[in-house]
Design a binder for this molecule. Structure first.
Ligand code: BDR
Ligand code: CA
Length: 308
């Protein structure tokens, strides 16, 4: 298989993070060089253990490193109402047999960047703490980062507050560091990810693929939808995989370059991603997705896994 684009997956699994990683592992276009956990949906201990379990399930052999235990400045904040007490409640997962790297996330990311012949794409699907810490500690490695394709923010609205989306709200100072870094950014915020809706009929299509990963992904989606159904959603907004879709099927997305600035001080708007064109663009912002094509892509992706 011709693996082309080296990537680092950085997230806080998390049901939709795990589905993003499933999509990344299934793509012949991506070469996963490292997986790093971050504190967000749950504590760093829990998201790290979940990262190991997900890598075991998916057969991801890249090193897994524990990330930062807390945001750069803010107090940690978790989302058990969305992802459960484990951070990945629902189906029983394999024991976490993927070994933990002796390196922490920043050291592992730096090593991967240094050793890669071609620039590496980072795919953050949680708070941006690890990525910001990397950029602050190793500014000399910026040219080794091709793109940061992230899930976070929302130009028109938030979800954790009216103005802020969870990943950005957890660590706005980190987000500001990343958006001001000069590294090319693809932003998949709520504008697009709330259109990446999967309905119960889609869960069943995925389940019918029939292998173990298909059953687990369908169970994850049902669990994730449970929370959103209570809020009045007709389907599950499958946020994090859109950051991977941006790399493997950009044709499914509608986007536009914008200057995105992070509000770090607002009394009501801390963590807002303010998009405008009064200054040069620093991000390609996704606004829409071909929902049917997205569902088909996930069905196809689970189909690449075997029975084990
Ligand atoms: C983001 O918050 C988390 O709960 C999800 O995993 C996703 O990354 C959506 O706001
Ligand atoms: Ca996430």
């Amino acid at each position: 298989m011709n693996k082309l684009r080296p990537v680092i997956l950085d997230g806080d699994p998390g049901h939709d993070d795990a589905i993003a990683w499933m999509l990344a592992k299934a793509s012949p276009m991506l070469d996963i060089r490292a997986v790093t956990s971050v504190c967000g949906n749950q504590t760093i201990e829990k998201t790290t253990c979940n990262a190991q379990r997900v890598c075991t399930l998916l057969g991801i052999r890249a090193p897994v490193a524990m990330g930062k235990p807390a945001p750069l400045l803010a107090r940690p904040m978790n989302a058990p109402s969305v992802h459960g007490q484990s951070g990945l409640d629902g189906p029983v997962l394999p024991e976490p047999n993927a070994p933990l790297s002796p390196l922490r996330s920043v050291a592992l990311m730096a090593k991967v960047l240094r050793e890669s012949e071609t620039p590496v794409t980072i795919v953050p699907t949680g708070p941006l703490t690890n990525v910001a810490a990397l950029l602050l500690a190793h500014p000399e490695l910026k040219p080794k980062i091709e793109t940061i394709s992230l899930m976070g923010g929302g130009i028109t609205h938030g979800n954790w507050t009216p103005a802020a989306e969870f990943n950005i709200l957890v660590d706005p100072e980190a987000a500001k560091t990343v958006f001001e870094s000069g590294v090319p950014i693809i932003m998949s915020g709520l504008d697009v990810t709330e259109r990446a809706l999967l309905f119960p009929a889609d869960f069943e299509r995925i389940r019918r693929v029939g292998n173990r990963v298909a059953h687990v992904v369908a169970d994850w989606l049902e669990f994730f939808y449970g929370f959103h159904r209570e809020l009045g959603y007709a389907g599950a907004p499958v946020h994090d995989p859109v950051a991977v879709v941006s790399l493997v099927r950009p044709d499914l997305l509608t986007s536009r370059p914008l200057c995105v600035e992070i509000e770090t001080r607002g009394e009501y708007c801390r963590g807002a991603t303010v998009g405008h064109d009064r200054a040069p663009a620093n991000a390609l912002v996704n606004f829409d997705i071909d929902r049917g094509g997205f569902a088909d892509l996930l069905v196809e992706a689970v189909g690449t896994y075997g029975e084990e």
